[in-house]
Structures are given as structure tokens and as C-alpha cells.
Design a protein around this ligand. Structure first.
Ligand code: NAG
Ligand code: NAG
Ligand code: NAG
Ligand code: NAG
Length: 259
């Protein structure tokens, strides 16, 4: 016991308390650093000065277990906001790089592309573009997956085109039968084909179909009211008793197990 205790005390004494401190936050050119520290962890926030914008994470954390900063050091780059970009389009700005505060740019897409978002944006004080930078999209919709047990008909997936769904025999369509492609997005969810339940079809042929229909209606009614299963069981028992009584009065026999 003693031989184990002594080395431990020795090790604790060799490492001074200052070991559990995070490393100094790395410096970032053209930034103002704000650091806050608690017992558990340290937080630094980098704010680029006017005329520069941040690339990377604005906030870095360090805690007592890891003792290192959780992300790579960001940088402050020239330009008050990031350079605006528009793939498959052109932008017009009053000045050229570097971007300065309050600068406004306007956007236009190449022929065959649709602008998604605002057709202008302004560089804000907080180094971001507002409204957000737009995109140029083709306007074509993605080909939907063929529904299981069904199919669809479409001429193409261009903006404005329609697509119609059908289900195989024995299946019914749940959802919209026809969708329209609108600027790259379908007007509704892709429908599904659901099996038409056999029991429903068979019920029609059964001799005691009146009872079954009544029970089904009751179950449907209960479902809509979102009653618990227990309550449903209970009310079914009562309904059964009522039916039995009714049949008995009419002088007919009740067959057991018809439910
Ligand atoms: C920051 O600026 C100093 C002085 O201009 C330069 O020597 C250093 O390389 C810069 N650091 C970075 C990460 O760009
Ligand atoms: C400390 O930081 C490390 C690495 O970032 C992380 O895995 C760990 O969960 C953190 N611990 C606490 C107590 O926050
Ligand atoms: C931007 O859109 C608005 C309305 O949608 C339009 O009036 C304006 O002319 C457009 N500006 C440019 C530069 O295209
Ligand atoms: C697509 O459907 C919509 C709404 O049902 C209709 O207004 C439109 O004319 C149809 N377009 C084509 C190309 O059939």
C-alpha cells in the first residue's frame, strides 16, 4: 500500500497546478479577439476589423480535459464581405474587389437558368450578404422514384411539366395523382400505392355483413376520436351485447365467433 502511495504523491507534486490551462488563443491578423474563461472552459471570439471578413469558425472552445482549441484558427481576409459568386449567371457591382461595407450587387442568370432568391444583395456591417446570395438553377425537377406497385407518366421534368401517377390493380393511390414541376421542385409529395385490404373485400360477401359494417363504422369512428385501445375494446363489448340482445329479441340465434 505504501509503495503505491508514494509515487502518486511525487507525481502530483512534480506537475504544477498551471498545467490545466488552455494554450494562449492563436493570434489572427486584422481581428479583434474577445476571450471569456470559466472554471470548465475557455471561449474566444474573433471579429474581423472593417474591410475584412472571416473565413473559418468565429468561436473557438477549449476545455480542461482537452486543453487544445476545438477548431483550426480562422483568418481575416481582405473585403468586408466574402466575394459574391453566382454559378451559371452574372453579377453586377458598383465597385470591384475588395468588397466594401454597404456595397450592392445585382444578379442575373444565364439563358436557360432560373434565379432562386433575391436579384440583389448588400454587404452588411456584420460581414454578411443580405438578402442571402441567390443561385441559378435549371428549373428541372429530379426524376421521382417509381412508386412501389405503381408507375408514372411524364413527357419531361422541365419547369411547368406535369407528371401523373397510377397504381397497379389491387392498389390504391395515397396522395396527389398529378404533380407539376415548379422551378425545380415538385408541387406536392410523391404519392404512394397502398394495398387494398383483402378483409374489406371479403366482408362484402359475408352473410353477417350488417354486423361487420356496424363494427367497422364504429371502429372508424373511434379511430377518428383517437380513443385508446382499452376504450375501444370496452365499447365494442357493449355494442356486441346490444347486437346480441337485438338479435335475441328478433328470435334469431347468435353465432359465436363471427367477429
Ligand atoms: C500576420 O501579419 C504578420 C505581419 O504582417 C505576418 O508576418 C504574418 O505572417 C501574418 N500571419 C498570417 C497567419 O497571415
Ligand atoms: C472537451 O473537449 C473535447 C475535444 O473538443 C471533447 O471531446 C470533450 O467532450 C470536451 N469535454 C467537456 C467536458 O466538455
Ligand atoms: C429585380 O426584381 C424586381 C422584382 O422582381 C424587378 O422589379 C427589378 O427590375 C429586378 N432588378 C434587376 C436588376 O434585375
Ligand atoms: C399541368 O397541370 C396544371 C394544373 O393541373 C395545369 O394548369 C397545366 O395546364 C398543366 N400543364 C401542362 C403542360 O399540361
Amino acid at each position: 500500500m505504501k509503495s503505491w502511495l508514494v509515487p502518486c504523491i511525487l507525481i502530483a507534486w512534480l506537475f504544477p497546478a498551471s498545467v490545466d490551462h488552455c494554450l494562449d488563443p492563436p493570434p489572427v491578423n486584422f481581428s479583434i479577439l474577445i476571450a471569456t474563461s470559466t472554471e470548465e472552459r475557455s471561449l474566444v471570439t474573433y471579429n474581423c476589423i472593417k474591410g475584412y471578413h472571416l473565413e473559418g469558425k468565429k468561436e473557438l472552445f477549449c476545455n480542461k480535459t482537452s486543453l487544445v482549441w476545438d477548431s483550426p484558427t480562422p483568418v481575416c481576409l481582405l473585403g468586408h464581405c466574402p466575394n459574391p459568386m453566382l454559378v451559371n449567371g452574372q453579377l453586377n457591382s458598383s465597385k470591384l474587389e475588395p468588397v466594401s461595407e454597404e456595397e450592392v450587387v445585382t444578379f442575373k442568370c444565364d439563358v436557360g437558368y432560373i434565379l432562386k432568391g433575391s436579384n440583389w444583395s448588400q454587404c452588411q456591417k456584420d460581414h454578411t450578404w443580405s438578402p442571402p446570395l441567390p443561385m441559378c438553377i435549371t428549373g428541372q425537377c429530379e426524376s421521382p422514384k417509381r412508386p412501389k406497385h405503381g408507375h408514372f407518366k411524364a413527357r419531361d421534368f422541365n419547369s411547368g411539366s406535369n407528371i401523373t401517377f397510377r397504381c397497379d390493380v389491387g392498389y390504391q393511390l395515397i396522395g396527389a395523382q398529378s404533380l407539376q414541376c415548379m422551378d425545380g421542385e415538385w408541387s406536392d409529395e410523391i404519392p404512394i400505392c397502398e394495398e387494398i385490404l383483402e378483409s374489406m373485400v371479403e366482408t362484402e360477401k359475408e352473410p353477417e355483413r350488417n354486423i361487420c359494417e356496424t363494427v367497422q363504422k364504429l371502429m372508424q369512428c373511434q379511430k377518428e376520436r383517437r380513443n385508446t385501445l382499452e376504450e375501444l375494446k370496452y365499447s365494442l363489448e357493449i355494442k356486441k351485447l346490444q347486437l346480441e340482445k337485438k338479435k335475441a329479441v328478433m328470435g334469431t340465434e347468435i353465432k359465436e365467433g363471427s367477429f
